[in-house]
Design a protein around this ligand. Structure first.
Ligand code: GDP
Ligand code: MG
Length: 307
C-alpha cells in the first residue's frame, strides 16, 4: 500500500472517496457544502436539480476526504434520468465509504427504500446519516434510528442537521477515520474538481430554479460559452440558458427583460464572491429543441449517453 507524505505531526496521510447517496431533496448538497465549508454544490428546494457529479474536497487532520455528491437517485423515466442514475451508482461502487442520507421528516420515501434495497443487493456496508434533525422530536428520531438499524446494513448512524451544522463535526471525524491510508490526491487548497466554467453555469442554473420555481421548464440548461480574463483582473462570462420552446424563453426573459436581469444580477453577485474578483456576466436565452437527446450535452455533463 502506498503511503503518503508525512504530515506535521508525523502521522501518515489518509485519502479516500465518500459517496453521498440519498433521495432527491434529503439535503445532500447542503451537507456537502457544510462539510467543505464553501458552496460547491447548488442547493434548491426543487427536486432533481443536481445534474452532474460534483466533488467536494476537504481535509480533516491527516485525512483528505473526497465527497462524491451524486445526482438524485430516482425511478428512471427518460434517457437523461438513466444517465444520472448510472453516474450515481458508479460513484458508489468506486467509493471507500458510502453514506446514505435520509430526511428525518420524510424517512419513508420510495427513493430511500429503493436505495436501501440496492445497497443490500450490492452488499455495501454504509453509514446512515439522518439529516434534518432540527425538524423532528428526539423520541421520534431515536425510533427512526432503531428502525433503520434493524436493516442490518449500517455500520454507524449519525444524526445531523446540514442546515444548522448540528452533528456535522461528528460525521467529519467519522469519515476522516474511515478513509484509507494513502497520499492526498488533490492539492491542499482545492475544494472542488468542477471547472470554474461549469461551476459558474451551475450557479446561474440555481438562480433560475430559485427565481422561477414551478414555472421553470425541467429541460432548461445553462452553459458557459466564453470566459475572458480582462487586464484589470475582472472576468467577462457569457452564458446561454437553453430552453425547448419559445414560450419558455419568454418566461425566463420576463416583462421587459426584468426576470433575466434579476437572475443575472443574483448570479453575478455570487460569482464575484466565489471567484473573489469583479465579474461581468452576460446571460442570453436560446431555444434549442430536444436537447435531452443530444449526445454532446451528456458528454459536457460527464454523463454516459448510452446508460
Ligand atoms: P439534495 O437534493 O439532496 O441535494 O438536497 P438539497 O441540499 O438541495 O436540500 C433540499 C432542501 O432541504 C433545501 O431547501 C435545503 O435548505 C433543505 N435542507 C437541507 N438540509 C436541511 C436540514 O438539516 N434541516 C432543514 N430543516 N432543511 C434542510
Ligand atoms: Mg443536490
Amino acid at each position: 500500500m502506498p503511503t503518503g507524505p508525512e504530515t506535521g505531526g508525523g502521522a501518515a496521510t489518509h485519502c479516500g472517496f465518500v459517496a453521498v447517496l440519498g433521495a432527491p431533496n434529503v439535503g445532500k448538497s447542503t451537507l456537502v457544502n457544510r462539510l467543505v465549508g464553501a458552496k460547491v454544490s447548488i442547493v434548491s428546494p426543487k427536486v432533481q436539480t443536481t445534474r452532474s457529479r460534483v466533488l467536494g474536497i476537504l481535509i480533516e487532520g491527516p485525512s483528505q476526504i473526497v465527497l462524491v455528491d451524486t445526482p438524485g437517485i430516482f425511478a428512471p423515466r427518460r434517457r437523461l434520468d438513466r444517465a444520472m442514475i448510472a453516474a450515481a451508482w458508479g460513484g458508489a461502487a468506486d467509493a471507500d465509504v458510502v453514506c446514505l442520507l435520509v430526511d428525518c421528516a420524510k424517512p419513508d420515501s420510495d427513493d430511500t427504500r429503493r436505495i436501501v434495497g440496492q445497497l443490500k443487493k450490492s452488499r455495501r456496508e454504509a453509514v446512515l446519516v439522518l439529516n434534518k434533525v432540527d425538524l423532528i422530536e428526539k423520541s421520534a428520531l431515536l425510533a427512526l434510528a432503531a428502525r433503520f438499524d434493524s436493516e442490518g446494513l449500517f455500520a454507524d448512524t449519525l444524526m445531523v442537521s446540514a442546515l444548522t451544522g448540528d452533528g456535522v463535526g461528528d460525521l467529519l471525524s467519522l469519515l476522516a477515520g474511515r478513509v484509507p491510508e494513502g497520499p492526498w490526491l488533490f492539492p491542499e487548497d482545492q475544494i472542488s474538481d468542477m471547472p470554474e466554467r461549469l461551476l459558474a453555469a451551475e450557479i446561474t442554473r440555481e438562480k433560475l430554479y430559485l427565481q422561477l420555481r414551478q414555472e421553470l421548464p425541467y429541460a432548461a440548461t445553462v452553459e458557459t460559452e466564453t470566459w475572458t480574463e480582462n487586464a484589470d483582473g475582472s472576468v467577462r462570462i457569457d452564458q446561454v440558458i437553453f430552453v425547448e420552446k419559445p414560450t419558455q424563453k419568454a418566461i425566463i426573459l420576463g416583462k421587459g427583460g426584468q426576470r433575466i436581469k434579476a437572475l443575472g444580477a443574483a448570479a453575478r453577485t455570487e460569482l464575484e464572491d466565489l471567484l473573489e474578483r469583479r465579474v461581468h456576466l452576460f446571460v442570453f436565452v436560446k431555444v434549442r429543441e430536444r436537447w435531452g437527446d443530444d449526445p454532446e450535452r451528456y458528454r459536457d455533463l460527464g454523463l454516459d449517453f448510452n446508460a
